[in-house]
Design a protein around this ligand. Structure first.
Ligand code: KG4
Ligand code: ZN
Length: 359
């Protein structure tokens, strides 16, 4: 089964071809991603209209390139998959309509993919892991702990009640005068900072619920920065170090509870696993903390290669291939959805996924 995947839900335009064997093994035949970061950087965040236009301009070329790099023609593809949500509606319309048009013209089955499901199933492509497992998705638009029980069977254990973690990094960076995207900048500045100079809050730490909260932390950074104004480079470095330490500490507490919940729900799973995905998973300090936590609790720690942790179309093609193995194709009537929770039973929390529910 070879699937052409298309991803346009936020600021990456992506196309890929992925192959899945009948035994469930997969390989990426091509994976083309064009980031729009430079287009959005002057505005300090993703501008939906700019994103949608940029997708239109490059998507056809990227799809041709993905087919070319996979040494395939459209006729040789078995199915087409495109992200139908959640995300920015303009971009979703571009990718979904393109995918449907190609599927219709080439007489191929079409799969409308939930972007979050793409992230959730990636470790089955990279590490052949079996259900069930835990997924921690930490990106600019989402912070979720998901129990991946089976294909199409997801339970959201926790989510952010305000800002996504990547968003908290981006806003903190902006407050401190660092460029967008802020995550890598904060990590870099923190390297030269003294984390013990300031103590920032650890939101929800110690609470029973498995949710996350980051806006209080960002507010504390704002207050601190205002008090210290004008900020020296040392101040910026120290605040970044304190911020990152507070985040690491909070994640440690929140994630530990989810690991314990997994253990009690699935006592028979011999090798439980925690998978991380999303741009924030690039952070070395946070990654090391999660790795340590997994080691202490007897969990396997799986972080797909960075290019597959952040937004890409290989994960969309792979989700299409997994679905094609188990379900019938989607109707071409399907509409894009800016909000589309993975776990339909979970109640939306106020403020969660503010930025168009983008992951
Ligand atoms: O998954 P991703 O590439 O897509 C979006 O959500 O757009 O995640 C991007 C997010 C941004 O908020 C960025 O600041 C954050 O991931 N990020 C990081 C690091 N690298 C990227 N956050 C913390 N530390 C990093 N090294
Ligand atoms: Zn994503």
């Amino acid at each position: 089964m070879r699937v052409l995947g298309i991803e346009t839900s936020c600021d990456e335009t992506a196309a890929a071809v992925v192959e899945r064997d009948s035994d469930g093994h997969g390989r990426i035949l091509s994976n083309v991603v064009l980031s729009q970061i430079a287009d959005h950087a002057p505005y300090g965040g993703v501008v939906p209209e700019i994103a949608a236009r940029a997708h239109v301009e490059v998507l056809d070329r990227l799809i041709s390139q993905a087919l070319h790099e996979a040494h395939m023609t459209l006729e040789e593809v078995d199915a087409v998959a495109a992200t139908a949500g959640p995300g920015l509606i303009g971009g979703l319309i571009v990718g979904l309509m393109t995918g449907k048009a190609i599927a219709m013209a080439a007489h191929k089955p079409f799969y409308a993919i939930n972007h979050l499901e793409g992230h959730a199933l990636t470790p089955r492509l990279t590490d052949q892991i079996d259900f069930p497992y835990l997924l921690l998705l930490v990106s600019g638009g989402h912070t979720q702990m998901v129990l991946v029980k089976g294909l199409g069977n997801y339970e959201r254990l926790g989510t952010t009640i305000d800002d996504a973690l990547g968003e908290a990094f981006d806003k903190t960076a902006k407050l401190l005068g660092l460029p967008y995207p802020g995550g890598p900048e904060v990590e870099k500045a923190a390297l030269s900072g003294d984390a013990s100079r300031f103590t920032l809050p650890r939101p929800l730490k110690g609470e029973e619920r498995l949710d996350f909260s980051f806006s209080g932390l960002k507010t504390a950074v704002r207050q601190l920065a205002t008090t210290l104004e004008p900020l020296s480079q040392t101040d910026v470095n120290d605040i970044c170090a304190a911020f990152q330490t507070a985040v690491a500490d909070t994640l440690d507490d929140r994630v530990a509870r989810s690991l314990a919940r997994f253990r009690s729900t699935f006592p028979d799973v011999k090798e439980p696993a925690l998978v991380v995905a999303g741009g924030v998973a690039a952070n070395k300090v946070l990654r090391a903390g999660l790795q340590r936590l997994c080691a202490v609790n007897g969990f396997r720690f799986i972080a797909p290669p960075m290019a597959l942790c952040t937004d890409n179309a290989a994960m969309i093609a792979w989700a299409g291939a997994e679905r094609a193995n188990e379900t019938t194709a989607d109707s071409l009537d399907i509409a894009p959805r800016s909000r589309w929770p993975l776990d339909m039973q979970s109640a939306p929390l106020i403020g969660a996924g503010r930025r168009g529910a983008k992951a």
